[in-house]
Ligand binder design. Structure first.
Ligand code: FAD
Length: 396
């Protein structure tokens, strides 16, 4: 096996580093997976960068050329996401999904009309999509969802509530899972809709996260009338679309990994530049060993993510391997930000600002990181997938 990157891949990494240096505002600092859409200023920069990524063709590089992509390999796409996160580049679609799981699923399941209508806006970095799966009584057990759609003429009327919809307050469209047959076995009565969030009857109410920022939303549907041609695939066949989209979503290990690598490098810099009790932190054996341990873990996570891309480039479909990488990388991010707070002492508790050491990244990464092992399927659910599909153990 060749562990090296090709010249094309090395050039892409260099170009992304140069792009980040040239395009990001001097006061830019971002430590959390979803931070880019949590404040008005960050969201404004995010949209600008997203459009510039689109102009370079990078935003949807993994899509087929006919839909505005570059037919990039999975390895190139992973490298792009890892490097973008390392360099704090927003706008690549992190945590929202239009590019990485909704667009890719629409390419597989949508009609030609739906693709023509929706894909160009995503590929241009102009239309943002959110994902409406979870409800108050349906998270891990997603098939229990109750949001109801009833067909009337050439429309569906949707009523009920979703929760934890990331970035709904910033997005214009939602990839929405709805119950269309309450009498069928629960996986078989669900349909997938493309819903304009400006539809009368739809109300978005942002929720605050641990950092005190609007990250997710409750979304209420009060008899919202949606055209029947917003249905993706066949009625009651939505579970397949959801499972496929979730498989795309669980490749997010790349983003956790990019941020973890950045944290290790920033903590190393901090240890070199800081003295405690008159002694450089970089000479403290506890700090050195901790950082060395995390450098090893980042390398392990990196190999896991690239081995999955390697499989995909050869036409193999990763299953439990994506769950392994998602768990390892998201849990690594949590351990690392926690250790960083310990290494930095009280300075680590300063929030995102250029005046804070390492831009306050330890604090934001710590607060945002709590959700990283929940969104897209919790660590427990992923462990169940690994136990059953990976180890062949019976269902619990
Ligand atoms: C940052 C963030 C972003 C999110 N973004 C979105 C989004 O954009 N769209 C969306 O629809 N949802 C989103 N979610 C919701 C997320 O998908 C759910 O929180 C997640 O699926 C868990 O569901 P729950 O919160 O209802 O917890 P529950 O399912 O009630 O689980 C509670 C606890 O019990 C454990 N548990 C549950 N069932 C089992 C089991 N069978 N075996 C072992 N342990 C189990 C869970 O692992 C968890 O620890 C987001 C969540 C977060 C934190």
């Amino acid at each position: 096996m060749d562990f090296g990157f090709t010249e094309k891949e090395k050039t892409l990494r260099r170009e992304l580093q140069e792009f980040a240096k040239a395009e990001l505002p001097p006061d830019w600092v971002i430590g959390g997976y979803a931070e880019e859409y949590c404040t008005d200023y960050k969201w404004q920069v995010t949209q600008q960068i997203s459009k510039k990524l689109a102009e370079r063709g990078w935003l949807t590089m993994a899509w087929p050329k006919e839909y505005g992509g570059l037919d990039a390999t999975h390895t190139e796409y992973l490298l792009y996401r890892e490097e973008a996160t390392y360099n704090m580049l927003p706008g690549t679609d992190m945590g929202v999904g239009g590019v990485s799981w909704i667009g890719q699923s629409l390419i597989l399941f949508g009609t030609e009309e739906q693709k023509k209508k929706h894909l160009p806006g995503i590929a241009a970095g102009e239309t943002y999509w959110c994902t409406g799966y979870s409800e108050t009584e349906a998270g891990s057990d997603l098939a229990s969802l109750k949001l109801r759609a009833v067909k009337k003429g050439d429309e569906y009327i949707i009523s009920g509530q979703k929760v934890w919809t990331s970035a709904a307050h910033r997005c214009s469209w939602c990839w929405l899972a709805v119950r269309t047959d309450p009498d069928a076995p629960k996986h078989k009565g669900i349909s997938l809709f493309l819903v304009d969030l400006k539809t009368p009857g739809v109300t978005v109410k942002p929720l605050m996260n641990l950092a005190g920022l609007a990250e997710n939303s409750e979304v209420f549907y009060d008899d919202a009338h949606v055209p029947a041609d917003c249905l993706v695939g066949e009625e009651n066949q939505g579970w397949r679309c959801i499972m496929t989209a979730l498989a795309f979503e669980r490749t997010a290990g790349a983003e956790h990994l990019g941020r973890s690598r950045r944290m290790v490098d920033d903590f190393v810099k901090y240890a070199r530049e800081t003295k405690r009790n008159g002694k450089p932190l970089s000479k403290d054996p506890l700090v050195r060993h901790k950082l060395a341990e995390f450098a090893i873990e980042c390398e392990v996570g990196r190999l896991m993510c690239y081995s999955i891309a390697w499989m995909e480039d050869r036409g193999l479909i990763p299953g439990h391997e994506s769950s392994m990488a998602k768990n390892f990388c998201s849990e690594l991010g949590q351990r690392l930000s926690n250790a960083g707070l310990g290494i930095m002492g009280l300075y680590g508790q300063l929030g995102a600002s250029l005046n804070a050491p390492i831009g306050g990244m330890a604090q934001t990464a710590y607060l945002f990181g709590v959700g990283d092992t929940l969104g897209g399927g919790t660590s427990e659910i992923n462990r169940t997938i690994i136990a059953t599909r990976g180890l062949g153990l019976p269902r619990g």
